[in-house]
Design a protein around this ligand. Sequence first.
Ligand code: GKR
Ligand code: MG
Length: 440
Amino acid sequence: MRISELKLHPIAVADGPLRSSYGLHAPYALRTIVEIKTTDGITGISETYGGDRPLAAIEAVRSRVVGMDPFQLAGFWQYLSAQAEQDKADAAGGRSQTWLVPGENPLDQHTRTFAAIEVACLDAIGKALGRPLCDLVGGKVRDRVPFSAYLFYKHAGAGGMGADVRKDDEYGEIMTPDAVVRSCKQMIAKYGFKEVKLKGGVVPPDEEIAAIKALRVELGPKIPLRIDPNCAWSVDTSVRVGRELKAELCDGGYLEDPCAGMDGMAEVRRRLLAEGNDTPLASNVATTCFPHVPEAKRTDGVQIVLSDPHYWGGIRNQQKLSDLCEVLGLGMSMHSNNHLGVSLMTMAHAAAVCPALTYACDTHYPWQTEIDEVVVGGRIKFDEGSVVIPDKPGLGVELDYDQVARGRERYDKLPYRKRDDEAEMQKHVDPNWKRILPRW
Ligand code: GKR
Ligand code: MG
């Protein structure tokens, strides 16, 4: 079996005005659907970051991919790893991951590209063999993958532009603790999630503390809570929030990227431990690649590593991360960005094959809608907050080509080709807004 064709489908997916310390989400999130065809007439698919850079990075390996045997992934990894030096050179002098949105860091360009191709190859192999993707890498350690209710502060509205502008979504404006609780109850009622994450770093810390406390009162101690301000707080503020939310976060939850950098995280950890507060710190900013993991252990700056097959380098690297976390005694969870069903199934298979991944994975899926889904049959269903690993070949989903064309049409009309939450904030909320770290 050889890869005879590589197709890239850039698409735009309507997204509501969600807030984070990065700023404001644009009316459309950008994604790329990757499709390979094999000489045996099989199609393999994956979903990855959108916009010009990710597209160009995959285009750059087209001649290596077309003609490749999809089973020969280690050689492709070796080939792409040789580009790591170039990635480092591209990153030199630029802003660190603290400042970049996920999917943008030049340092992990090659791992993102590898993941996009690896997942499509594994999907094709699974379809050729008639086996689910997870079976190709050792099989699943769980049949159902739990996801968390990922709450955001947001303005009223639901994304889309021009004739495609969407009416307000079911969540409306979410800027107060009461609205956070309301949106959480709505999301739990609809999807059955059993863990909750609040994207923080948006309103002053005391308001976010109040929101977490209100969630605990509403949901009780059986629902673990996590908050992620994406580095918006100083070390002092992080320690204060950790102290005030000890009861709420310690119990199966975590404090995610409260401040910037491994050293800052390590200081927060030391100071909380000195107070007898063992709230784990999680990260998808201080730990984004393998060399960061031993560093996380050595400094004790991160106790829970947030994996993500999209930028950690696909399914098999996700498994390597699980092994490493097990060896080092670290916890493992999963990060997300806006995505559709192909990514959701990738995340589900990736989580199903990682024994160390014991927390419910993040997902932005509830913020997207049926109208934009590109998989046949529409939105993937959650069962009591989990995605059940299907007994179907590969990822278990097929592309709906009309929907892909629809996403492409919207993409072609867009004036932007990269995510810029700061610019969106300035356009729609405050012309003087700047991302300041730490803000509080
Ligand atoms: O969607 O605004 C967002 C999130 O802030 C996202 O970009 C983060 O990467 O979900 C992510 C996180 O956990 O940091
Ligand atoms: Mg995070």
